[in-house]
Design a protein around this ligand. Structure first.
Ligand code: FES
Length: 107
């Protein structure tokens, strides 16, 4: 299973392993990673799964779709060029080792 590392706003690192096809949001919830809320359950309508994906990983992901792009304007912590929604990124073998940062607040 691919390994994903979540880095909290305080620098706390949590590494998990999760099945291919599961979203980053659901993976965080499944493993009790603090800092991800996922209020809408992955329907791309709450923006409480805000994450930051830096290079070199960002360019290895498909770019945000129109709905994700719109919801990224509604995040509590201001959007940055690295902003993504965790519910819109599926775990894949190609992103084994992915590291993402979490915002200070989701709600
Ligand atoms: S879980 Fe609601 S937008 Fe991602």
């Amino acid at each position: 299973m691919p390994k994903i590392t979540f880095v909290g706003a305080d620098g706390t690192r949590t590494s998990i392993e999760e099945s291919v096809g599961v979203s980053l949001m659901q993976a965080a919830i499944n493993h009790g990673v603090p800092g991800i809320v996922g209020e809408c359950g992955g329907a791309c309508s709450c923006a409480t799964c805000h994450i930051f994906v830096d290079e070199p990983w960002a360019s290895r992901l498909a770019p945000p779709g129109d709905m994700e792009d719109a919801m990224l304007e509604a995040t509590v912590e201001p959007r940055s060029p690295a902003s993504r929604l965790g519910c819109q990124i599926e775990i894949a073998n190609e992103i084994d080792g992915l590291q993402v940062r979490l915002p200070n607040r989701q709600i």
